[in-house]
Design a protein around this ligand. Structure first.
Ligand SMILES: [Zn+2]
Length: 98
């Protein structure tokens, strides 16, 4: 499956790399890089993993010191909400009109 190459966060560009890992994903704050291992998993799980790593990027950059469990729960909740409400997500993404 094709992954996004990058995303923007707090004015910086983060790269997204496909990599063989011992886990489904990893976040490197210093390199501003998210690594995803898409092997042996479903496209939905790869998407959920990317969002999980983005939450790590957010909490790392903001020094929130969130636990792995909290990061997982928050990313699962956000992913589920977005997947269950595509029309609301689309509305959120609309350009603001004057
Ligand atoms: Zn994690």
């Amino acid at each position: 499956m094709k992954l996004p190459k990058s995303f923007r966060l707090f004015g910086k560009t983060w790269s997204v790399k496909k990599k063989k890992l011992g886990e489904s994903g990893n976040t490197c704050i210093h390199r501003a890089q998210v690594q995803i291992d898409p092997r042996d998993t479903s496209p939905g799980q790869v998407r959920a993993t990317l969002l999980h790593e983005v939450v790590h990027a957010i909490e790392g950059d903001l020094e929130l010191k969130m636990s792995e469990k909290l990061t997982s729960r928050l990313s699962v909740a956000m992913y589920g909400w977005m997947r269950d409400n595509p029309d609301v997500v689309k509305w959120l993404m609309e350009k603001e009109s004057k």
